[in-house]
Ligand binder design. Structure first.
Ligand SMILES: [Zn+2]
Length: 186
């Protein structure tokens, strides 16, 4: 922050979230230059903290008070401890007649090198555990197991390809989001 404004191109877009106890939040995005703004409700990331100097009572739909505090708000963003990102591979499944795949399970490589499987259901976790228990085919006829970390993820992504059940490529996710599969996950 600040970011470029899609309306006037000035680098003057600021953002502020006002998080509540239940993790719901109000969000404002505004441009100090052309005054365009967006106000909506959202879900605060787990690492978000409200800025103490912002008086919740003074927050209206228009970000007038927030704009006065924009310097402090930009600094606040820079100081927040962001969620760590982790590498994941998802096992996705097509359940006909639906044409939209669902995430059945997710392999999550934590920062300390531990691999965990997060399944949509306990049965899904178990099925994926069993499918990969012997490892995935590696170079020279070897089988690479989960404890190989990133090498396992890459080989899983390359080798686990079916028409109804397949592995995605390796991608990054925020750690807190990676540890649960939400009903809306692909
Ligand atoms: Zn603008």
């Amino acid at each position: 922050m600040p970011r470029a404004c899609p309306h006037c191109s000035a680098t003057a877009v600021h953002a502020y979230l006002h998080g509540r106890r239940d993790q719901s939040a109000l969000v404002w995005l505004w441009c100090s230059s052309c005054r365009s703004f967006i106000h909506a409700s959202t879900r605060a990331p787990t690492w978000w903290q409200n800025l103490g100097s912002i008086d919740a009572a003074g927050l209206g739909a228009t970000p007038v008070h927030l704009d006065e505090a924009s310097l402090a708000i930009d600094r606040h963003w820079a100081q927040l401890p962001r969620a760590r990102s982790v590498s994941v591979v998802e096992i996705r499944k097509l359940i006909p007649p639906s044409t939209r795949p669902v995430t059945s399970a997710r392999f999550v490589l934590l920062a300390d090198g531990t691999m965990i499987i997060v399944g949509r259901t306990p049965e899904a976790t178990q099925a994926v555990e069993e499918l990969t228990a012997q490892g995935v085919p590696g170079p020279g006829g070897t089988y690479i197991k989960m404890d190989a970390g990133m090498e396992f993820l890459r080989l899983l992504a390359e080798n686990f390809r079916g028409s109804r059940l397949w592995a995605t490529t390796v991608f990054e996710m925020e750690e807190d989001k990676a540890l649960e599969i939400s009903p809306t996950d692909a």
